[in-house]
Design a protein around this ligand. Structure first.
Ligand SMILES: *[C@@H]1O[C@H](CO)[C@@H](O)[C@H](O)[C@H]1NC(C)=O
Ligand SMILES: *[C@@H]1O[C@H](CO)[C@@H](O)[C@H](O)[C@H]1NC(C)=O
Ligand SMILES: *[C@@H]1O[C@H](CO)[C@@H](O)[C@H](O)[C@H]1NC(C)=O
Ligand SMILES: *[C@@H]1O[C@H](CO)[C@@H](O)[C@H](O)[C@H]1NC(C)=O
Length: 413
């Protein structure tokens, strides 16, 4: 423990911190007008800030096991015999100043009766969805696979008439491969382009407005030169014409976000509860995914005993891994979050800031236990998606709490 703990000043400092945090958060909630807030706050408690506490009881009663029919093989860490999975799931997320309750699937589906929840984005949102489906199935064993309206994957819970589904749209905007044409102004050496129409939502979710009562968007780990190398670059179009001068990848992300957010604001009903999930961090250690990067950890990262450095003047272990200024392998999540937060300002889309709580969990990825021979040799370790059961179950606890708060408020009004 930190030597600071022995100082007689310490309790006083804690008191001052919490008092100022309290006033600061009350100030925040007072200054929020409906529909202009961005960070989702539950009963004056910020569920996104806190720490992981070791609690062996947390893992004794998982909601689901390796037999859940909604699993995706590579994330099914029980079936793939991921080492130390019980240990991984013995950590409980405890927000500063309140408790995060585990979801009560029966109560939650009761609240959701005749309502639907949709996820739109990349495989990290699918990871989230699988956890959600396996947990909700506890309340309705008759859950059926559901696939309609461009949905990639989902389930229908007949007891409650609730659908929960995922629409895969990795860039959110429409994009398609265009092989090189001789006269096109494409840089030498390229084989063609991926044309991204920044103002056109991908078909997979273009027609879902009105069907879902809750939506969770994300986009993230496709915005890089691994997925779209120089020979196959992204080229951004607007109103059917190439944008000039051509946008670099991060500016392309900005253009896509601005346009997709505008189209969500225009086309989706006001009373649809909208969330945007911030980046899920990766944990490649010692190199990137294609450089033998590894995540064989047996406990969460530590933040450094730096209790009062709310302004983050002092870098902890997390900052060394993730802060763009320290230029680590995993820096892109925070970079992208800044762009996303800016694009969402002034909208009715709430931030689901699951980044920081997930940053701690270097221990919770499938790593080398991918359920397939040669997978590691070909793809490297998976230090990006999450083991299930695992960290996304905590995401579900948080999301369900926020949905509950929100519908409860509306029902009372
Ligand atoms: C774990 O559960 C047991 C039995 O329910 C209880 O006695 C014990 O206090 C719990 N431990 C913690 C750390 O909550
Ligand atoms: C099921 O929910 C939908 C809304 O998602 C509603 O239109 C439909 O009437 C409901 N069906 C029943 C049988 O209540
Ligand atoms: C990764 O490890 C393999 C086997 O140990 C080795 O042959 C290869 O050179 C390493 N690759 C990199 C990029 O370090
Ligand atoms: C599993 O946990 C044990 C004990 O903490 C540790 O020695 C071992 O390295 C862990 N394995 C992995 C893959 O983290």
């Amino acid at each position: 423990m930190s030597p600071k703990l022995t100082s007689p000043l310490f309790p006083l400092l804690i008191l001052i911190t919490f008092t100022s945090l309290y006033f600061f958060s009350s100030f925040l909630s007072l200054s929020q007008t409906p529909h202009s807030q961005s960070l989702a706050i539950s009963n004056n408690c910020d569920l996104f800030k806190g720490h992981w506490v070791f609690d062996p009881n947390h893992s004794t009663n998982p909601f689901y096991d390796g037999t859940c029919p909604f699993h995706r093989n590579a994330w099914n860490c029980i079936r793939n015999h991921r080492q130390n999975l019980t240990l991984i799931n013995s950590w409980k997320w405890v927000p500063h100043g309140c408790n995060l309750n585990r979801i009560d699937p029966v109560r939650f589906l009761g609240l959701m009766r005749n309502r639907n929840i949709g996820f739109v984005g990349d495989s990290l949102n699918e990871n989230f969805l699988v956890s959600f489906l396996c947990i909700l199935r506890v309340a309705d064993e008759g859950a059926k696979k559901w696939k309609k309206k461009g949905a990639w994957k989902g389930a229908y819970f007949p007891k409650f008439n609730v659908t929960v589904a995922y629409h895969r749209a990795v860039l959110l905007s429409n994009y398609k491969w265009q092989p090189k044409q001789s006269e096109a102004g494409i840089e030498d050496g390229s084989e063609g382009i991926y044309r991204v129409d920044v103002d056109v939502p991908a078909d997979d979710w273009a027609k879902i407005a009105g069907f879902y009562d809750v939506l969770v968007f994300n986009t993230g780990h496709w915005w890089n030169h691994d997925k779209f190398p120089k020979a196959k670059p992204l080229v951004f179009y607007k109103a059917g014409e190439p944008i000039v001068p051509p946008l670099r990848i991060l500016d392309g992300l900005k253009a896509v976000l601005d346009n997709m957010v505008a189209s969500i604001q225009k086309d989706f009903p006001r009373n649809t509860l909208k969330f945007w999930r911030l980046q899920s961090p990766r944990h490649f250690y010692g190199g990137d995914w294609n450089q033998n990067g590894s995540c064989l950890f047996n406990k969460p990262l530590e933040e450094n005993e730096c209790f009062l450095c709310i302004d983050r003047l002092i870098a902890g272990q997390l900052d060394l891994w993730f802060e763009p200024r320290s230029n680590g392998v995993n820096k892109e999540a925070r970079q992208m979050n800044r762009v996303i937060e800016e694009a969402l300002q002034g909208t009715d889309i709430q931030l689901l800031d699951l980044t920081r709580l997930s940053e701690f969990r270097a221990d919770a990825h499938p790593a080398i236990w991918l359920g397939k021979q040669d997978a590691v040799a070909i793809w490297g370790q998976d230090c990006m998606h999450w083991c299930l059961p695992g960290v996304p179950d905590t995401w579900v606890d948080i999301l369900s709490q926020l949905i509950h708060d929100s519908f409860h408020r509306t029902d009372v009004l």
